[in-house]
Design a protein. Structure first.
Length: 290
């Protein structure tokens, strides 16, 4: 095996991309699709502008309030647990003893990187289908490893590898999330509420949030996870036209609308920008025993 390569126990060899991420597919499977280069560029610009910084802060705070594993490593300087701690060897830990945070549908790694900056004893794996997003996630933080795969299918992650699984606006592969999460770990999910961006949804033709989204999520998680906590966060955004365009084109609406058409709509209605309320729910779940 040469430099920049990894090999699985079955003998498959995978090359590390020059931009730092690893795509894991087997057999004749094609490289997974994901967000386009334009969508990722819009997301990076919007997040870099700081509009969702308060969400990243609230998410990290919620994790540290509920996740004793990460909190313990943060407080003891990243030292691994003693051999008599009672934890299965390497369960949910990196080979060096650090707890592992896996972000499913991580995009550019924005939320994972923010969490790791506040958790010096943890390492992260950003999992996404978009190679454009993975290029950014790979350099979002030095303790992030970026992996390309279809997050709706089997994940190339061993059972009970994760202390914490994040899912921020991403598809929820519940059976796989349950499999990769250690028994004392936690699943943290962020979803938009029905109030999300209500002021601009109609005028700009945004994809709407299902009013039953939370109910459907509970149904999907039933039998695998039990909810520990649910927090809501509303952010009052004041967006100049370019940031408003990036907000629209970084999300699912970008699969149905052209940026040029959205820009015209913004210029016609809000030539100087617009205000909107971003509304989120942060849910924290524990896994049922396997």
């Amino acid at each position: 095996m040469g430099p920049g390569q990894v090999r699985c126990p079955a003998g498959h060899t995978y090359d590390l991309a020059r931009t730092g991420y690893l795509t894991l597919t087997t057999g004749r499977a094609a490289a997974p699709d994901g967000d386009s280069a334009d969508m990722v560029k819009a997301r990076e610009a919007f997040l870099t502008a700081g509009h969702y910084a308060a969400l990243a802060d609230r998410l990290a705070t919620a994790v540290h309030c509920h996740q004793s594993t990460i909190g313990a490593y943060q407080n003891n300087g990243g030292e691994s647990r003693s051999a008599n701690s009672g934890e299965p060897e390497n369960s949910g830990e990196h080979a060096g003893g650090e707890p592992v945070v896996i972000d499913i549908g991580a995009g550019t790694g924005y939320y994972l990187a923010h969490l790791l900056r506040l958790s010096p004893g943890a390492v992260g794996i950003a999992v996404d289908a978009s190679r454009y997003a993975l290029r950014r996630a790979a350099r979002a933080h030095p303790r992030i490893g970026a992996v390309g795969t279809d997050v709706r299918g089997p994940l190339p992650i061993r059972t009970a590898a994760a202390s914490l699984v994040l899912d921020v606006f991403a598809p929820r592969n519940v059976t796989e999330m349950h499999r990769i999460l250690r028994s004392d770990g936690q699943l943290v999910i962020v979803i938009p509420t029905a109030r999300h961006l209500a002021e601009i949804v109609g005028p700009l033709g945004l994809v709407t949030v299902d009013e039953r989204k939370s109910e459907r999520l509970r149904e999907k998680l039933a039998g695998f996870f039990v909810q520990q906590d649910r927090l809501t966060l509303d952010l009052e955004l004041s967006l100049p036209p370019d940031d408003l365009l990036n907000l629209v084109m970084m999300g699912p609406t970008a699969h149905h609308r052209q940026a040029s058409d959205v820009r015209v709509a913004i210029e016609d209605r809000w030539p100087h920008g617009a205000s909107a309320t971003a509304s989120f729910a942060i849910e924290i779940h524990r896994p049922f025993p396997r």
